[in-house]
Write a protein that binds this ligand. Structure first.
Ligand code: CDP
Length: 226
């Protein structure tokens, strides 16, 4: 698509954001940026350096020269932390929790938002996360907020893991999602919430194709929300 919109997709974990954003980016020839991967990379770096999340001085130092790169690959974006491919490592359970824990820290968010704005400044970008429509790009051309009931979300995550031969217990996946929802939506800095001008999409009973099609049609119509 010739017009270089900024499209923000927010919502809780496993609500369908990243799968939808990825496919939409392909259709529109836009860049897809997974902001969650950046918090995950931050968590991993803190872990590697043995920095406690209460030690804001060391975190600040770490953030001043953190090198996070997102590169397109047909099978899914690759995430590089200090030139190392950490795409698989950052999806592991310990980093998933650590990402949510580090994402409550104001100085971490400020740095990530700065990098995210830079990545999106030329438009033609779809960014998904928790605060994209509220904080990172409050003037985004299109904002969507995706939700789904927790049982559906847990099943999606469980199925993804099973396909990768990871053995998870469905109830534990659900508990972890509930913990993360609470941590992400009750934090002081940029809590997860729907922007007032975002379009709400409940994906509980939608297929991936339906989700993609729904947003694609809205964007193709070219009616900017601004
Ligand atoms: O893929 P999933 O939805 O499970 O998580 P993610 O998008 O990779 O995000 C991991 C964690 O990073 C979330 O639980 C949030 O705590 C944090 N995050 C955030 O605070 N702000 C964003 N824009 C994106 C993610």
């Amino acid at each position: 698509m010739d017009i270089r919109y900024v499209i923000a997709i927010d919502g809780p974990a496993a609500s369908g954001k990243s799968t939808t954003a990825k496919q939409l980016a392909k259709l529109l020839h836009y860049v897809y940026i997974d902001s969650g991967a950046m918090y995950r990379a931050c968590g991993l770096k803190a872990l590697q350096k043995g920095i406690k999340l209460t030690d804001h001085e060391s975190l600040k130092e770490m953030l001043s020269h953190i090198d996070i790169r997102i590169e397109y690959a047909p099978e899914g974006n690759k995430i590089y932390l200090d030139n190392n491919d950490v795409s698989a490592r950052i999806r592991e359970a310990d980093i998933t929790r650590l990402a949510s824990e580090i994402a409550v820290i104001g100085i971490v968010r400020e740095r990530m938002v700065e990098l995210q704005r830079k990545m999106g400044e030329e438009g033609g970008v779809i960014m998904d996360g928790r605060d994209i429509g509220t904080v990172v790009f409050p003037d985004a051309d299109y904002k969507f907020f995706m939700v789904a009931d927790v049982k559906t979300r847990a099943l999606r995550r469980w199925q993804e893991a099973t396909e990768k031969d990871e053995k998870l217990i469905l109830e534990e996946v659900e508990q972890e999602l509930l913990w993360r929802d609470k941590n992400d939506s009750t934090r002081k800095h940029s809590p997860l919430r729907q922007a007032e001008d975002a379009i709400l999409i409940d994906t509980s009973a939608m297929s991936i194709q339906q989700q993609v099609e729904y947003i694609y049609q809205i964007v193709r119509e070219g009616k900017c929300m601004k």
